[in-house]
Design a binder for this molecule. Sequence first.
Ligand code: TMP
Ligand code: ASP
Length: 243
Amino acid sequence: MVQKLEQIYEGKAKKIFTTDDPEAIIHEFKDDATAFDGKKKGQIGGKGLVNAQITTALFQLLENQGVRTHFRKLLDDRNMLTDRLDMLAVEVIVRNIAAGSLAKRLGYEEGTPLKKPIIEFCYKRDDLGDPFLNEDHIEELGAATKEQVAEMRETGLKVNDVLRRFFDELGITLIDFKLEFGLKDGRLVLGDEISPDSCRLWDKATGEKLDKDRFRRDLGKVEEAYQEVLSRVKGIAKEVGNF
Ligand code: TMP
Ligand code: ASP
C-alpha cells in the first residue's frame, strides 16, 4: 500500500501529497469551491468524493481510448494516486457550444452550437485572471513549445470526441471543459482532474445545468447536480468506487 507523506501544495480544489514512490503523488480532492479566480469562495458538500470518482472514471475511459493520463489508482473515496508531472502553466479549453466567457467574447447567446469545436489556451495565473493566450504568447512565455501546443490541441480534440460520446450516453451534453497537461520524461501527459468543476454539463432533456455554474451563478441545488452526474457515471462505469 502506498504511503501518503508530506503535503507539498494546496490548490483551490485539491491538496497534493508526496508518497513513498518519488514518481507518484496523491491528489486529495476537497469540498472547497472557488470561482472567478478565487474571488468567490464556498463549499460544495461531497464534492471531493464526487470529483475524485468522476475523474477516475473519465481518466480510465480516456486511457482505454489511447490518451496518456497521469492516473494510477483511486485509493479511497477522495484520494487519487497519479504520476508526478511537471505541470505546464497553460489551461486548454475545448468548446462545443457557446457558454461562459466565449458567449460574451463572441456576443453569442449561451447554448449556441459552434460550427466545429474551438480550442483556447489560457495562462494559469489567478493573479492575472487566467488571461487568454495565443501561440505566440505561449512561445514568448516559454510555457510550452510549438510542438506541445499542437499536441495539446490534438489531444484536446480527441478527449472531446471520447467524452462527448460518453456523456451523450448518460443524457448529458458536454458544452465545454478545461484540461491541464504536464511533462513526464519529456512527454506530454494529461493531468489534473476532469469533473463538474472543470466541465459544463447540461441535461440533454431539460437543459438543466449539472456543473459548477450552479455555484458560480447561485442557481441552487449544487450538491444535487454533482451527485446526479456521479450517479449517471457510476451507472455505466463499473470500476468507479471499487477501490
Ligand atoms: P469559461 O467560459 O469561463 O472560459 O470556462 C470554460 C470552461 O473551462 C468551463 O467548463 C469552466 C472551465 N474552467 C475551469 O475549469 N477553470 C478555469 O479557471 C476557467 C476560467 C474555466
Ligand atoms: N477555477 C477558477 C476559480 O476558482 C475559475 C472557475 O472555475 O470559475 O476561480
